[in-house]
Design a protein around this ligand. Structure first.
Ligand SMILES: [Mn+2]
Length: 354
């Protein structure tokens, strides 16, 4: 994997170099190598990943496209020389993630450099996935679904939310997931009205809904899916809500494609839920990009008036949440194509009653 040419495409009229500290951006620049407390300098002629003693041996073996160099007491001087050698005057920096202290240090350390905020440029670049990235996400998703199937064999009344979340993470790990893509959500009964509820001591009982939101990681790339299931008959209202969320999710999957705006995408599902009278109960956006970060661009959101790019991997996750009662969310992950989507999630979406 080598994303250097893509990063270098940002250089030219406005920028001479990029200075990257964000861990996901650094991993992207290094061709997949992950390290912390370091940074990367990208210029048209020379690109270097700086990693400290803990990482440098692995970095020298694994970094692709860039050169790996030891981060030590001489690094600031080395970077100064590198920038001078490459005639760099304007450096793009990550204004969205760099701390104020880091920014002040940079300005003091390199007083002759003009620092230019990158805003969302890198996020837009990363939002379009190449074949290798999609292959990793596809593999992560397949692992998550196999783990889900294995969990369904084990689920029974009396298991706590924490035990269910741990079991699911274990099933993903033994199938090759590097780490959970995010803290697994397993919420049951009335807790299902909490879209990002934290698994607790509550034990599963007959008549409960159970919402599982989880993902695996392969080569740093994440997956994301949600299923809501039921232990026995959940009752008439829950069935009606489930049917509404499912209709919204299927409608969004049918209408979604590259080129429509994030706002239009969101409306595909929101209109169905609003018409059923639950508009007030769908308080989050329809979906988000997924990649090296679990939440990245583009947003399938009323706030995003930009067209969605072809090749982005996004979630489609409408939900209805009724505080004190229950909630339902159904989430797939899909690649945006010009004429529709390629759904990476194969698990069935009809209500599973255990
Ligand atoms: Mn999600």
């Amino acid at each position: 994997m080598n994303h250097l040419p893509r990063l270098q495409s940002l250089l030219g009229d406005r920028l001479d170099a990029l200075l990257l500290y964000n861990e996901a951006n650094c991993r992207y620049a290094s061709g997949g190598f992950a390290w912390t407390d370091g940074f990367a300098v990208i210029t048209p002629a020379e690109s270097v990943c700086f990693a400290d003693f803990r990482y440098i041996e692995a970095a020298r073996q694994q970094v692709q496209g860039c050169e790996a160099q030891l981060l030590d007491g001489h690094t600031a001087e080395k970077v100064g020389k590198l920038l001078a050698r490459c005639g760099v005057q304007r450096v793009g920096f990550e204004d969205l993630t760099l701390s104020v202290a880091q920014y002040e240090t940079l300005r003091q350390r390199y007083p002759h450099i003009t620092f230019v905020p990158l805003k969302n440029e890198l996020l837009l670049l990363r939002s379009v996935k190449d074949g290798e990235e999609i292959a990793l996400i596809r593999r992560a998703q397949a692992i998550a679904e196999q783990a889900f199937d294995a969990l369904l064999e084990k689920l029974c009344p009396g298991m706590s939310e924490q035990q269910i979340a741990s079991a699911l993470e274990y099933e993903m790990a033994v199938r090759g997931s590097e780490a959970p893509a995010f803290q697994t959500i397993a919420v049951s009964g009335p807790n299902t009205s909490l879209p990002h509820g934290v698994p607790g001591e509550r034990r599963l009982q007959k008549g409960d809904l159970l919402t599982l939101d989880f993902g695996a990681t392969c080569g740093g790339y994440r997956s994301d899916m949600t299923r809501t299931l039921s232990l026995g008959d959940p009752g008439e209202e829950a069935r009606r809500v489930y049917a509404t969320v499912l209709e919204a999710q299927l409608t969004a999957c049918r209408g979604l494609r590259a080129g429509i705006t994030g706002c239009q995408a969101d409306a595909l599902a929101r209109d169905v839920i609003s018409q059923a009278g639950y508009g007030h109960a769908f308080g989050h956006s329809l979906g988000h990009g997924v990649g090296l970060d679990i939440h990245e661009a583009p947003g399938l959101s009323p706030k995003n008036s930009e067209p969605l790019p072809e090749g982005a991997v996004v979630t489609v996750e409408p939900g209805i949440y009724l505080p004190g009662k229950f909630g339902v969310r159904i989430e797939d992950m899909a690649v945006l194509r010009a004429d529709g989507i390629e759904n990476l999630t194969k698990a069935p979406k009809e209500l599973i009653i255990l």
